[in-house]
Design a protein around this ligand. Structure first.
Ligand code: PTT
Ligand code: SF4
Length: 612
């Protein structure tokens, strides 16, 4: 089967056993890889209602047909599981050498089951699988753990590891790789921690199956050079993702003070220009010639890698306008293995709750040292504060009460990315209908919305755009698997993806074939949510209440007096459901599921409750 290895590796940590499993070509074509494989495996194999932090949950590391081949930005890996923070389907995508090594070992996915008896490191090398002791690094941060692994195996191996936050089951703990990359925002690090799995190390030596390897190599080499050239011409990686910060501030879309404000006169102090001035090094994922990781020194002189999300949510959102201090919090998140985005939102929520008298405390916006102290408590689950906030902002707000749920900045339990949608309906919809909880990765509709349509519109054109982007970003890039930045940031044509897919598989797909797969995966994930939350309705797809609160409107600036309106948002949501073929509850109809080849899943869903 060209394009796929045709095998999964299934390991069980409880029994310390493993087996190599085959999958059919039909399965491969239907789910393609990455998120598609992960969603299907989790849907088929998890019993509804299981504890995401129990041994019944499964961690999936999944790759796709172009992952790991020598072509632009193919060094990405999907990590997925039932999410401990949302209770629904969860995944993330991070740069890692695991991508290439797992495929070279002969697998398109790794399925990790059970729970080890003691801290464990899983080692995979081609057909060899070992369950090794990791007690020496249990309780250590990701940097020390990574160094320990490199000292054993050399720097060329693929590594996924967790820090103390994952071990201590912080519900938004991430998986780390390459000492700079992080992924799996919806708590994939906590799932590893719950299994006492400190690290996964992979080393592979076989060729990745491709229809015409010499032709692929030639095409890949040329395209890698081309992407490098267009990146240099465009100047994008001078500021990388952080180029957007100044724009968000200008258009009143920046999260400031737990999203209470949308812009700030001091935001320029932490923008992309200042970051580039402070740059000490540049990092990237494997197979990437537009490396976007920019590091600076934090106040302790440590190297801290900053992206837009990290700065936005740990900087202006906490009213910290000093890059080395933002770097401190970011370094701590990376070392403990905490998601910077949820971490930033949880910290800002707590400061806001204190500010509003919902809870007692001495944390104030702008107090970087205090924020560091609280972050440390969260990672180590120390005291009442660490225990409470390690649960995420939704659970914390429910425990605190006093109306604080309205300003817990989350959707479905997952904290929002650094786009303040107080008056940006389409981007608010993108957060609302993201299949893993609030994340910008699925549909970054904000530039279309602010540059090409009117901001105040709740028209169907915005729902159409959200779906178009979901199919590309949350679909194609997540199942092929590849980084989306050459397309989104440099305008490298989308047609390159069928070109590579067809070259490795020998098939003849067009982009339309990909959109069907994207829709199939989104619908299956919806069924996963429906199974976990049987009474599900459209309220699951609503953004945070504070964005609708007139009392929270800006008093000055470009959107003074404006907030989202419930009735209009609901109309926009309905456009989304209508285009997707979902019913009024936001559930795919029987006809939609049949059309997407999900008749078996539809029949099972129908047994549990009525589909429309
Ligand atoms: C992603 C999310 C993002 S998205 C950022 S910054 W971004 C945060 N980065 C974190 C970090 O760093 N350390 C940490 N402790 N927590 C962090 N949480 C946040 O995690 C990332 C890049 C970026 S930088 C983006 S947008 C793009 N994301 C892609 C994606 O999702 N899919 C895809 N096919 N290609 C992508 N390319 C880009 O990758 P999650 P990375 Mg990450 C340090 O996974 O869970 O989706 O969270 O992967 O290898 O670090 O690259 O302005
Ligand atoms: Fe990784 Fe950035 Fe390159 Fe994408 S552009 S592959 S995130 S270094």
């Amino acid at each position: 089967m060209n394009g796929w290895t045709g095998h999964f590796l299934r390991v069980n940590l409880s029994t310390q056993t493993y087996k190599k499993e085959s999958f059919s070509e039909e399965f491969a074509r239907k789910w393609v890889g990455g998120r598609g494989f992960a969603a299907k495996i989790l849907y088929d194999e998890l019993e509804p209602g299981i504890d995401p932090l129990g041994p019944e949950n499964k961690l999936i590391v999944a790759l796709g047909p172009i992952a790991g081949i020598p072509a632009p930005n193919t060094g990405k890996t999907v990590v997925a599981a039932k999410s401990p923070i949302t209770g629904g389907y969860g995944d993330g995508n991070l740069g890692s050498r695991v991508t290439e090594h797992l495929r070279k070992s002969g697998y398109d996915a790794l399925i990790v089951e059970g729970r080890a008896e003691r801290p464990t490191m899983l080692y995979v090398e081609d057909d060899k699988v070992e369950f090794l002791p990791a007690s020496e690094v249990w309780g250590k941060g990701t940097y020390e753990t990574n160094a320990w692994i490199y000292a054993k195996y050399g720097k060329g191996v693929g590594v996924l590891n967790i820090g103390q936050a994952g071990e201590n089951l912080v519900r938004y703990a991430v998986v780390r790789s390459l000492e700079g990359r992080a992924g799996g925002r919806p708590g994939m690090g906590a799932v590893m921690g719950s299994k006492l799995l400190k690290a996964i190390v992979v080393k592979g030596s076989r060729p990745i199956p491709q229809a015409d390897p010499p032709a692929m190599k030639k095409m890949g080499t040329e395209d890698l050079r081309h992407v490098h050239e267009i990146d240099k011409e465009s100047g994008w990686s001078v500021q990388s993702t952080t180029g957007v910060l100044a724009w968000c501030n200008e258009v009143a879309a920046l999260p400031v003070r737990n999203f209470r404000k949308t812009h700030h006169p001091e935001a320029w102090k932490v923008d992309g220009e200042r970051l580039n001035d402070a740059r000490i090094a540049t990092y990237g994922c494997p197979n990437c010639t537009m490396r976007c990781g920019i590091t600076i020194h934090d106040t302790a002189g440590r190297e801290s890698e900053l992206d837009y999300e990290n700065i936005g949510l740990l900087g202006p959102n906490l009213e910290i306008f000093d890059l080395p201090r933002v770097g401190d919090l970011n370094y701590m998140c990376d070392d403990y293995g905490i998601d910077t985005m949820s971490g930033g939102c949880v910290l800002s929520f707590y400061a806001d709750a204190i500010d509003h008298g919902a809870v007692q405390g001495d944390l104030k916006f702008g107090d970087a040292d205090k924020f560091k102290e609280v972050l440390r408590k969260i990672a180590l689950r120390e005291g009442d504060v660490g225990r409470l906030l390690g649960e995420g902002s939704l659970r914390a707000s429910r425990a605190i009460g006093k109306g604080s749920e309205a300003y817990a900045m989350q959707v479905k339990g997952l904290e929002v990315a650094a786009y303040n949608c107080k008056f940006i309906p389409g981007m608010a919809l993108a957060f609302g209908v993201s299949p893993i909880g609030a994340h910008h990765k699925e549909s970054w509709v904000i530039t279309f919305e602010l540059k090409q349509t009117s901001r105040e519109s709740y028209g169907a054109e915005k729902a159409h755009k959200v779906i178009e982007l979901q199919r590309i970003r949350g679909g194609l890039f997540e199942y092929l698997v590849s980084c989306r930045f050459p397309w989104i940031e440099l305008g490298w044509s989308l047609e390159n993806y069928p070109k590579y897919f067809n070259a490795v598989t020998g098939l003849d797909w067009t982009l339309d074939d990909f959109w069907t797969v994207s829709d199939r995966i989104y619908s299956l994930i919806k069924l996963f949510w429906l199974r976990e939350f049987p009474g599900t309705d459209r309220r699951l797809d609503y953004p945070p209440a504070v964005w609708f609160d007139p009392a929270n409107a800006d008093t000055e600036g470009p959107i003074a007096g404006q907030v989202l309106e419930y009735e209009k948002y609901d109309g926009l949501l309905q456009h989304y459901y209508d285009i997707r073929g979902y019913d009024r509850r936001g559930i795919p109809t029987r006809a939609t599921l049949d059309r997407l080849g999900l008749a078996t899943e539809a029949a099972a869903a129908e047994k549990r409750g009525k589909l429309t």
